[in-house]
Design a protein around this ligand. Structure first.
Ligand SMILES: [Zn+2]
Length: 411
């Protein structure tokens, strides 16, 4: 097993440069932790059964972000404007507003979609105090962003203040982004759901590739903020479009063509492998920022399955805006655990319309209803298998959700 781990990172070190180390990190954690392998398998089963119509409802959900900026050289102490430009870049790419979407080849253009996600810098910290959503710290540890190697007793220093790092804010309620020098080890990392300890959950981007920069800057050709887009894709359970190399291993997304290996630079479409033209302009490839153009409908589904099953609290996190009655969670679920019946109390204005879903651990929708205004909905669960279920309430642009445990029926 140790050899396997060394191999995952060793292959990284031999590449001319390592673009993204997310899948190597994933492989390392899964090799060492059986319970995380089991959790990933459960998430995959959920994802494969996730109902398309749930994710194709047009909604714009907000994900709060905290940026941990650990700098050594003053040039790495990025301005607030550069950090804001990265948030803009994420919103551009996750809402299909990237200008080069118009250059997507005709055969792939119908697959391109907005993911319906809005990112914002948190305005409230975990203790409820006002915050800019940006934490700055001058680091005394060289290359602290290189979590593959800069460790003490196996713990990556980046994530632990006592080791010179910056501690994650509650990863259930915030997307943690660490901006820290990797010294050329890689451009970025995004942690896949269920694969790492909560303290290490989030993405890393080297400061040189964070934010939108001029084309004549040293950041070129990764100067348009798309490293973070790619890493948030991993954070929401997307794999590289070539899977793990070879035509046999897929990225588990149906509408991204099989692709043998990664592409770099800016290739000209069409180039084929595995019997079909490759979607090298997908955000989950390695080409230059100017040539990364799209997420697909299948990737959108996969990301929403991951949010629903593994990261649901991000959507009801209210840390981006001051408390506002419209944005507070209107859903109360009781009893929880439940045995015979679940009661769902929805507090809302009379004109508000909601769709309500109960989703099982396999991602199947087992109950659906349309609600209007304040209402109490009771669902008979005696016929359901025991286990964890997700209640999801969708109102125009916002998703609210909660978990409920259904116990075995009493006789
Ligand atoms: Zn990657």
């Amino acid at each position: 097993m140790v050899l396997l781990l060394v191999g995952a990172w060793g292959a990284v070190a031999q590449a001319p440069y390592q673009h993204c180390a997310a899948q190597a990190l994933r492989a390392e954690h899964l090799a060492a932790h059986a319970e995380r392998r089991a959790a990933v398998e459960r998430l995959e089963a959920f994802t494969q059964n996730f109902r398309p119509d749930l994710a194709t409802e047009r909604q714009l959900a907000t994900i709060p972000v905290v940026v941990h900026l650990l700098w050594q050289d003053p040039s790495q102490n990025l301005s607030d404007e550069i950090i804001a430009s990265q948030i803009d870049a994420l919103n551009r790419d996750f809402q299909k507003r990237n200008p080069n979407r118009l250059q997507i080849p005709d055969d792939f253009a119908p697959l391109a979609t907005s993911i319906g996600l809005e990112f914002c810098l948190a305005s409230t910290d975990p203790q409820g105090q006002a915050s800019s959503g940006i934490l700055r710290r001058q680091s005394t540890v060289d290359c602290i962003g290189n979590v593959g190697e800069v460790r003490l007793n196996g713990r990556p220093r980046l994530y632990y203040p006592e080791l010179g790092g910056s501690a994650a804010w509650d990863p259930l309620r915030y997307l943690n982004i660490w901006v820290a020098p990797t010294c050329g080890a890689f451009l970025g990392i995004g942690t896949f759901p269920e694969t790492v300890p909560p303290a290490e959950d989030g993405i890393i981007v080297d400061p040189l590739y964070f934010g939108i920069r001029p084309a004549d800057s040293p950041s070129f050709p990764f100067h348009l903020g798309k490293t973070a887009t790619h890493e948030v894709g991993h954070y929401l359970n997307l794999q590289h479009t070539w899977g793990q190399r070879g035509c046999e291993v897929d990225d588990q997304v149906a509408d991204t063509p099989q692709q043998e290996t990664e592409y770099r630079n800016c290739p000209i479409h069409p180039i084929s492998s595995c019997g079909s033209p490759d979607m090298f302009m997908n955000f989950m490839n390695y080409v230059d920022d100017e040539c990364l153009m799209l997420f697909t409908e299948g990737q959108r589904l996969r990301m929403w399955a991951a949010i629903t099953a593994s990261r649901p609290d991000l959507l009801t996190s209210d840390v981006c805006t001051p408390p506002d009655p419209v944005r507070t969670n209107p859903l109360t679920i009781y009893p929880n655990p439940a045995r015979d019946c679940i009661h769902l109390l929805l507090e809302a204005d009379p004109a508000d319309e909601f769709n309500l879903y109960l989703i099982d651990s396999q991602g199947r929708r087992v109950y659906a209803a349309s609600l209007r205004g304040e209402s109490l909905q009771s669902i008979d669960v005696q016929g359901l298998a025991s286990g964890v279920y997700w209640v999801q309430v969708v109102r125009e642009k916002v998703v609210y959700s909660g978990k409920v445990l259904v116990l075995p029926n009493s006789f």
